[in-house]
Design a protein around this ligand. Structure first.
Ligand code: SF4
Length: 343
């Protein structure tokens, strides 16, 4: 019989399994603390668990942990990127961004990605598989153990993969991140970033979670957006905006639209005017970020003048916009870039 990955279980599920094995349910809380607070890699390290139960745990469950293949730390900011090998040999990336008031983990949700966004380093290598709950948690645990001096405050699903395409595992992982005996990260500090999977957005609005939703917009024009984010052919701008509006009405939460400014593609005054018109009356904010050149693409970064002009037009149109500085530019910190250099 295959052993169960113990980090794939919620605390309630682990309690039920322990009871079925003849152990006390309260042991689940102790085990959780060993796994997620201390970060043990074996049942033998669980000092307050009796020997007999440790033996039972070893025969029924296993503890996964990824192997570090590579890492890069930025010299210009406190961004570190890790390339991790999973148990089946596949690789994923995870990023840690430390700022003065927050420390954020940027997690992957899939090995590779199906969605082929034209500016993305993950896209050319296709999709392999979804990450399991335990593998998503392991990314966070890995970062936490590597950076014990910095309490992790925020978590974003913006690494490799589309989180709403691995919906059930991402939602289970979020509930585990919330658990006080695991990571104790509040839902409001967790962001799901999607390229615009409408059925996932509609499902998410019914979950009753206070998480942040961020949508990669990148253009108000269907022809251009379909080039940048090909899933737009299936979920075009008008339908996406209707789903986003419905999400804000149902959840009473502000939605964030991500906009990568790419010179010669979507960073003109005309593009800005279209966005400002599209977002009129939507409860939202916009994050612009300058394209962070990656070696496999021809796109280029916009100039400071292009950026200022774009933002001014949005602000003049009443849009709440913030320009974010790219993190880790010197270490290829965009999603998928370290994995590319290995592949
Ligand atoms: S940007 Fe996100 S959704 Fe698009 S290809 Fe890259 S990983 Fe996939």
């Amino acid at each position: 019989m295959d052993k169960i990955g113990i980090k794939d279980l919620t605390k309630t599920e682990l309690e039920a399994k322990l009871k079925a094995l003849g152990a006390e349910g309260y042991r689940a809380k102790q085990i959780f603390r060993w796994l997620y607070k201390v970060g043990v890699k074996s049942f033998d390290e669980m000092a307050d668990i009796p020997d007999s139960l440790r033996h039972t745990l070893k025969t029924s469950f296993h503890i996964t942990h990824p192997v570090l293949l590579d890492s890069k730390s930025s010299k210009s900011d406190r961004t570190t990127k890790y390339l991790l090998k999973l148990e089946d040999g596949n690789t994923i990336e995870t990023v840690f961004l430390s700022e003065s008031d927050r420390a954020t983990m940027c997690l992957s949700t899939q090995v590779g990605c199906k969605f082929s966004c034209s500016f993305c380093a993950s896209a050319p290598f296709g999709f392999v598989r979804n990450l399991k709950v335990s593998e998503i948690l392991d990314e966070a645990l890995f970062i936490k153990m590597k950076n014990p001096q910095v309490p992790i405050t925020n978590l974003v699903f913006m690494g490799i993969g589309e989180p709403l395409d691995n919906y059930d595992n991402v939602l289970r992982a979020i509930r585990l991140f919330n658990d006080p005996d695991a990571f104790n990260i509040g839902a409001r500090r967790i962001t799901i970033s999607t390229c615009g999977i409408i059925p996932g957005i509609k499902k998410l609005e019914k979950e009753g979670l206070q998480i942040e939703l961020s949508v990669s917009l990148h253009s108000a024009d269907d022809t251009l957006r379909s080039k940048l984010v090909p899933i737009n052919k299936r979920y075009p701008v008008k339908e996406l905006m209707a789903a986003c509006k419905e999400y804000t009405e149902q959840t009473n939460r502000v939605i964030t639209f991500e906009y990568i400014l790419i010179k010669g593609a979507n960073a003109s005054s005309e593009d800005a005017l279209k966005i400002s018109k599209l977002l009129k009356g939507v409860k939202c904010k916009v994050n612009t970020i300058a394209y962070n050149s990656i070696r496999i693409k021809d796109y280029t970064n916009p100039s400071q003048t292009d950026i200022r002009n774009f933002i001014k037009i949005l602000k003049d149109g009443g849009v709440n916009v913030t320009h974010r500085k790219s993190k880790g530019e010197d270490i290829d910190a965009g999603c998928g870039q370290l994995r590319i250099s290995r592949l």
